[in-house]
Design a binder for this molecule. Structure first.
Ligand code: PSU
Ligand code: MN
Length: 315
C-alpha cells in the first residue's frame, strides 16, 4: 500500500492502544495562518492528554501519510500550494507527487484503511443551500456511508442546508447520534434545531455502539457523533444568521463554486464576525478532539474493561 503509517501510530494500533485520526483540510484551508499551525499542534496535544495517539492525515509529495511529523505538519499549515483533497483526488495526487490536505472524506478513507476507528473534526461537509441549482453536496457524505469509522463532529457546517444533509445521511444509512443532546449540533451554534433519533451521554455508551456495529457486521457505514459546542462558547445566533446571509450572497456574486465554497464561507464568517466565528469553530474542534480520545480509550478498553484489540495484553 502506498500509505505510510507513522511508526508511533503503527505501534499503537498493533498494541491495541487508542488512536484518533485528525484531518488536515481544516488546518490548510479552514483556519487562518499562522494560527493554523498552532492549532494543529494543540489538537495533537489534546489527543495525547486524553490518553490516545494522534494520527493527522495528509498527502505529502505523493505519499499518503497517517501520522505526521512536525516538518510535514508545518508544510501542510504553511505552504500555500497545498491542495485540498477529497477522496476522489487521492489517486491523482499520489500518481503526480502532489501535496495536499485531506478532507473528511479522504481522511476517513485513509484512516479506516490503516485500521483507525475514531476520527475527530470540526464540522462535516454536507448538502449546500441552493442544492437544486448547484448540486453541491460534499463528498464527505457518500464516503461516510462506506467506512466503519466513528466521526466526532459539531454537526455539519451551519453554512449548509442542515435538514437536507440529515436527510441524505439517513438515506445513505449513516448512523447519527447526539452527544448529550436531543438535537443535532449546529457547528458554530450549539443546536441546529433539528432533532436526532438517538442520544448518548458517555464515551462508554458511544464505545458500546461501536462494538454493536462490530457484532452486527453487515454493510459498513460511519457513526456520526454530534457533539455540540458549549452554549457559552457558541457564536451569537443572531450575528451568525446575519453574517452568513452576507457570505452566501458574496459567494454567489463572486461566482465561487466547487471546492472553493466552504473555505470562502468559513473565511468570510471569520472576517465579518471579527474572529468570533473562528473562536466558536476552535472551541467546537477542541471539544470534539477531547471526546474522540475518550471514546477511543473506552472502545479500546472493551466491554469488560479488558483491551479489545490483539496484542494489547502487553500493556
Ligand atoms: N471542519 C472545520 N473546518 C473545515 C472542515 C471541517 O471546522 O475546514 C473541512 C473538512 O475537511 C470537510 C471539508 O471535509 O471542510 C468540506 O469541504 P467541502 O464542502 O468542499 O466538501
Ligand atoms: Mn462542495
Amino acid at each position: 500500500m502506498s500509505t505510510q503509517v507513522s511508526e508511533e501510530v503503527r505501534e499503537a494500533l498493533h498494541e491495541g492502544r487508542p488512536v484518533v485520526a485528525l484531518e488536515s483540510t481544516i488546518i490548510a484551508h479552514g483556519l487562518p495562518r499562522p494560527r493554523n499551525l498552532a492549532v494543529a499542534l494543540e489538537l495533537e496535544e489534546l489527543v495525547r492528554a486524553g490518553g490516545a495517539v494522534p494520527a493527522t492525515v495528509a498527502v505529502v509529495d505523493g505519499t499518503a501519510r497517517v501520522g505526521l511529523d512536525r516538518a510535514a505538519l508545518t508544510r501542510i499549515a504553511e505552504d500555500p500550494a497545498v491542495r485540498k483533497l477529497g477522496h476522489r483526488d487521492l489517486a491523482p495526487a499520489l500518481a503526480t507527487g502532489a501535496t495536499g490536505a485531506t478532507t473528511v472524506s479522504a481522511t476517513a478513507w485513509l484512516a479506516d484503511a490503516a485500521g483507525i476507528r475514531v476520527f475527530a473534526t470540526g464540522g462535516l461537509g454536507g448538502v449546500h443551500r441552493g442544492w437544486t441549482e448547484t448540486q453541491d453536496e460534499s463528498a464527505d457524505l457518500r464516503l461516510l456511508a462506506r467506512v466503519g469509522i466513528t466521526v466526532v463532529c459539531a454537526g455539519v457546517k451551519s453554512i449548509l442546508d442542515v435538514p437536507a444533509t440529515l436527510q441524505r445521511l439517513e438515506t445513505l444509512g449513516v448512523t447519527v447520534v447526539g452527544y448529550g443532546t436531543e438535537h443535532f449540533p449546529g457547528f458554530y451554534l450549539s443546536s441546529s434545531g433539528e432533532p436526532v433519533d438517538w442520544t448518548l451521554r458517555t464515551p462508554e455508551e458511544v464505545a458500546a455502539v461501536i462494538r454493536a456495529q462490530d457484532r452486527l457486521g453487515g454493510p459498513r457505514a460511519a457513526l456520526v457523533v454530534g457533539n455540540p459546542v458549549p452554549v457559552a462558547e457558541q457564536l451569537d445566533p443572531a450575528l451568525h444568521d446575519r453574517v452568513l446571509a452576507g457570505g452566501l450572497a458574496a459567494a454567489q456574486e463572486k461566482g465561487i463554486s466547487g471546492q472553493g465554497v466552504t473555505p470562502f464561507l468559513l473565511e468570510y464568517l471569520t472576517v465579518h464576525t471579527e474572529g468570533a466565528s473562528l473562536e466558536a469553530n476552535l472551541a467546537a474542534v477542541r471539544g470534539n478532539v477531547r471526546l474522540a480520545a475518550s471514546i477511543a480509550g473506552a472502545y479500546g478498553a472493551g466491554a469488560d474493561g479488558v483491551a479489545a484489540a490483539p496484542g494489547a495484553d502487553g500493556r
